[in-house]
Design a protein around this ligand. Structure first.
Ligand code: KIV
Ligand code: ZN
Length: 520
């Protein structure tokens, strides 16, 4: 079995998804979850783009142990030095240098000749090697490039010291056959006999990212770049959970394995979906709601008689059904703690990023409240409860909410908040009960963000299900994602709004910065 390394770029390419802006606390939380998942490399950010990105890469380098921590850099000296500085405290660091390989990008974005691109790349790789022994090199848009030039460019990068050559299909143009053939050429013409890894980085514009990545593995790639839930620029990247489970389930075919703890997959998928506000489509492979649901009578009959009649992998393997199933208001603290542990949460608070006793007590109180209202509590409810309870210090806490709404009345909401200056009450109207509740909170806090995106989904099934609201808001040029959870959807919306307001007050809103193709 060959070992295929998983390079996760959720925090860098994934964060380039339109509308997504993760704050520091959220990025750190995802980085810890990725380490638990067992990824080999975390691309933590692009340090030159902003002080925020730099700080985040620096914190992840300092705190997260296990995976190699990687920072992205263009070929400019300033980029590489900034990345190296951010990665200083990582136990293992990698600098990922990129340029462009296609004629269209070289002419219109870089405005250089192909020879100048090679020269800049060689200098950049050499400089990066002064800071770390682990340097990855990428030329964007290889699938629309002249392949002879691609080979020359990558050969020069290897000779300059690149230890990983990444072949990005930046615009998702290649087919599996073409992409696989290029990877084979890279393997045979420039990598064979050297200690250099071939990496794949595919985008999903034509829905072929996963297939292309797997074609690369068949042709010699030993690293796959991917993101949780396949999020990323435009149609996104190769979905981590899909390539991992394809390699695992079809190891007879790929003769390869990854180091991923597959039972963590579902939890990480939910975490990323919740923090980014990007829903997972129900029929999404591996982590979608329906991925293990059998609807037709014939299928149900088959699965009841023998699971493997219609299942090629079992749900437990990807963390879908933990041993904890139903809990209720009579469940005690010990059972609650055990259920959390069964779901993979560290509850002794000793391990890095675990839940300490205070956090477990707060969660237990919320669990009791929820059990009173909802009756039975399922694994997904518990996950949602823990995830909603992490992060952000609460300057404003919801004490009570009353809403009046109907077909012939103006929706009106009254909120009472607990604030550092005592309780505050405010009332407001809105186009609907949700808008009225949000307006009332804004009146009470004096913070009036603009709602950009709103998503409501149920955490489990049935009319008693918990509703989870993600509200993407904008305030003074920054974007924040608020998340709220309650059995009542208006209350969940109010909690999401309040969560966003608390992040704004705590200074956790994040400005997304961009840079151009290449600095001169
Ligand atoms: O898609 C792409 O080309 C990239 C590079 C920075 C590797 O994300
Ligand atoms: Zn990309």
């Amino acid at each position: 079995m060959r070992r295929v390394r998983i390079f996760d770029t959720t925090l860098r390419d994934g964060e380039q998804s339109p509308g997504v802006a993760l704050n520091h606390a959220q990025k750190i939380e995802i980085a810890h979850a990725l380490a638990r998942l067992g990824v080999d490399v975390i691309e933590a950010g692009f340090p030159i783009t902003s002080d925020g990105d730099f700080e985040c890469v620096r914190r992840i380098s300092r705190e997260v142990r296990g995976p190699t921590i990687c920072g992205l850099a263009r070929t400019a000296r300033a980029d590489i030095e900034r990345a190296a500085q951010a990665l200083e405290s990582a136990a293992r660091s990698r600098i990922h240098v990129f340029t462009s390989a296609s004629t269209i990008q070289i002419e219109h974005m870089l405005r250089k000749t192909p020879e100048q691109v090679i020269e800049a790349s060689v200098n950049a790789v050499r400089l990066a090697r002064e800071y770390t022994d682990d340097v990855e090199f990428s030329g964007q848009d290889v699938m629309r490039a002249d392949f002879d030039f691609v080979i020359r460019l990558y050969r020069a990068a290897i000779e300059a010291g690149a230890t990983v050559v990444n072949i990005p299909d930046t615009v998702g143009y290649g087919t599996p056959q073409e992409y696989g053939a290029l990877i084979a050429r890279v393997r045979d013409e420039i990598v064979a006999g050297r200690d250099v890894a071939i990496s794949t980085h595919c985008h999903d514009d034509l829905g072929m990212a996963v297939a292309n990545s797997l074609a690369a593995v068949e042709n010699g790639a030993t690293q796959i770049e991917c993101t949780v839930n396949g999020i990323g620029e435009r149609a996104g990247n190769t979905a981590l959970e899909e390539v991992v489970m394809a390699i695992h389930t079809r190891r007879d075919h790929y003769r390869a394995e990854t180091g991923i703890h597959t039972r963590e997959l579902f939890r990480v998928s939910r975490l990323v979906s919740r923090l980014t506000g990007m829903p997972v489509q129900p029929n999404k492979a591996v982590v979608g709601d329906n991925a293990f649901a059998h609807e037709s009578g014939i299928h149900q009959d088959g699965v009841l008689k023998h699971k493997e009649t219609y299942e090629i992998m079992n749900a437990e393997l990807v963390g879908r059904e933990a041993a904890v199933m139903v809990m209720g208001k009579h469940s005690g603290r010990a059972a609650f703690r055990k259920a959390l542990a069964d779901l993979g949460y560290v509850t002794d608070g000793a391990a890095d990023h675990g839940l300490n006793d205070d956090a477990v007590n707060v969660l237990f109180a919320r669990f009791k409240e929820l059990a009173d209202r909802k009756g039975q509590i399922y694994a997904d409810d518990l996950r949602a409860l823990v995830e909603a309870g992490s992060e952000v210090q609460q300057t404003f806490a919801l004490d009570s909410l009353q809403v009046l709404s109907g077909t012939h009345v103006t929706p009106t909401a009254t909120v009472r908040l607990v604030t550092p200056d005592g309780t505050k009450e405010a009332a407001a109207t809105g186009d609907g009960p949700v808008a009225a509740a949000m307006n009332a909170i804004s009146a009470a806090t004096g913070i009036t963000p603009e709602l950009e995106t709103y998503r409501l989904q149920s955490v489990t099934r049935g009319s008693e299900a918990l509703g989870e609201v993600s509200a993407g808001v904008r305030y003074k040029g920054v974007t924040v994602m608020g998340i709220g959870l309650a059995t009542d959807v208006v209350e969940a919306s109010a909690r999401a709004w309040l969560h966003a307001v608390n992040q704004i007050v705590a200074g956790q809103a994040r400005v997304k910065s961009t840079v151009t193709a290449e600095t001169p």
